[in-house]
Design a protein around this ligand. Structure first.
Ligand SMILES: Cc1cc2nc3c(=O)[nH]c(=O)nc-3n(C[C@H](O)[C@H](O)[C@H](O)COP(=O)(O)OP(=O)(O)OC[C@H]3O[C@@H](n4cnc5c(N)ncnc54)[C@H](O)[C@@H]3O)c2cc1C
Length: 414
């Protein structure tokens, strides 16, 4: 297989590289390079403001949401050009974290289902980062099984009245808009009575409560809805066809592949290369070398698996379930890497200076890693996808699939 750029791709890469070199916020480059999973802050600067400024600059230069049509704030570029951009953007791409849900999931859902005037009004400020969007799907009773959600939408005149609760909504506390999946008919099977809307997060009756995480940050929230009014014109798709709309959103989540998955390997290799153990440099220790060799093999496997996706995109095809493999393997590897780094610190004794900074990075990585294994589908759900769609094994048993939602026995319902 040839992984080299075609002449056209090489020309695009050159143009992207020179624009980034002339425009990127270089003053944050070193800090962003060091920032690992779990660290989304900058010393002495508000990362949200820095990220919004970079996104706006990209939009003004025609480099935001590359694969979106121009009339909606994009560049009309190909999927492979988007991957090339991500490769070239490098550490500055970490500033896109707060836009990923809006650009990768909400935007494409709006493009597929919103009215034309709404697309022209809402998509360009989403592309330029002036507006941030969130995804209001998961609930206490509907995570992996999102079709089990209970937030109700009831039609009153030209409006819908929303009551219920969402949870784990990333970025809801700084989001301007959100896409919301609700139950509109509880008397039919759970997948058949759902309807999707988009809403202004400042609407009356929306209450956002940030959740304090183990790492001290608050990246996601509980969101409560009390008699929130949404005009019918903000419905996405047909009434009770929300499951199909949600599948569009979730499929785009899989398509919004980055230039590669984070594994923690470069960080642990760097750490071991600089760490002194009692017996000498960590990198010369046989057990350390053996661990690093195993992780190097895994990281390479993941890199080439992600190349399969990139090759599919390059041929204009939809990627398959390779991203589920990447997420499953990388999620647990990050956790192992971070735990090993903390073990090594114990062996090395007290750390100071540069090494202390690196150590803090692994603590942040470790505390964030369980979230990585849960968000966008847990390890078990990834295994189900791989079993069913890659290995062709029989499907998971779904006993409540055809039962009317209001007749599914639950503890909470009398
Ligand atoms: C960091 C983070 C960010 C998130 N951001 C968002 C967001 O922005 N918007 C949003 O809507 N949601 C968001 N979520 C929620 C996320 O989608 C859910 O947490 C996830 O889908 C799992 O659902 P749950 O937490 O309800 O766990 P459950 O579905 O209750 O799962 C509990 C356990 O049961 C296992 N399990 C469940 N079903 C099966 C099965 N069929 N086979 C085998 N095992 C199974 C799971 O693997 C897990 O171990 C986020 C979550 C995290 C951690």
């Amino acid at each position: 297989m040839n992984f080299d750029d075609t002449p056209q791709e090489a020309a695009f890469r050159k143009e992207a590289r020179s624009w980034i070199s002339a425009n990127a916020p270089r003053q944050y480059e070193e800090e962003l390079k060091k920032a690992s999973l779990g660290r989304t802050q900058l010393k002495g600067a508000n990362i949200l403001e820095v990220a919004k400024a970079w996104q706006k600059k990209k939009a003004d230069g025609g480099w935001a949401c590359l694969h979106w049509p121009k009339e909606y704030g994009g560049r009309g570029a190909s999927a492979i050009e988007r991957v090339i951009w991500q490769q070239e953007e490098g550490a500055f791409g970490k500033l896109s974290a707060m836009f990923i849900i809006g650009h990768g999931m909400c935007g494409p859902t709006m493009m597929a289902y919103a009215r034309e005037d709404h697309k022209r009004r809402y998509l360009p400020p989403l592309a330029s980062g002036e507006n941030i969007w969130c995804q209001l799907f998961s609930e206490p009773a509907g995570g992996s099984d999102v079709a089990g959600l209970r937030t109700r939408a009831e039609k009153r005149g030209d409006d819908w009245i929303i009551n219920g609760q969402k949870i784990w909504t990333s970025g809801a506390h700084y989001s301007d808009y959100g896409i919301l999946l609700t139950r509109t008919d509880p008397a039919v099977a759970k997948h058949k009575g759902l309807t999707m809307f988009f809403l202004d997060m400042k609407s009356k009756g929306v209450e956002v409560k940030p959740i304090k995480q183990a790492n001290g940050q608050s990246e996601f929230n509980e969101v409560y809805f009390t008699d929130v009014k949404i005009p019918d014109s903000q419905r996405l798709g047909a009434v009770n066809d929300g499951w199909n709309v949600a599948l569009t959103t979730l499929m785009n989540e899989r398509m919004s592949i980055g230039a590669g998955v984070a594994t923690g390997f470069p960080e642990i290799f760097d750490f071991c290369s600089n760490l002194m153990l009692d017996e000498g440099p960590a990198i010369e220790d046989r057990s350390v070398r053996s661990k690093l060799a195993n992780w190097a093999v895994k990281a390479s496997g993941l890199k080439y698996t992600s190349f399969r996706t990139i090759s599919a995109l390059s041929r204009g095809e939809r990627p398959g379930p390779e991203n589920s493999i990447g997420k499953l393997v990388a999620g647990s590897m990050i956790q192992e890497v971070a735990m090993y780094a903390l073990d090594l610190q114990g062996a090395a004794g007290a750390l100071s200076g540069e090494q202390a900074e690196l150590a803090g990075k692994f603590q942040a990585m470790l505390l964030r890693s369980p979230g990585t294994r849960v968000e966008g589908g847990t390890d078990e759900i990834m295994r189900n996808i791989i079993a069913e769609r890659v290995l062709g094994l029989p499907g998971d048993i779904r006993v409540d699939k055809d039962v009317p939602f209001n007749q599914i026995p639950t503890k909470g319902r009398a």
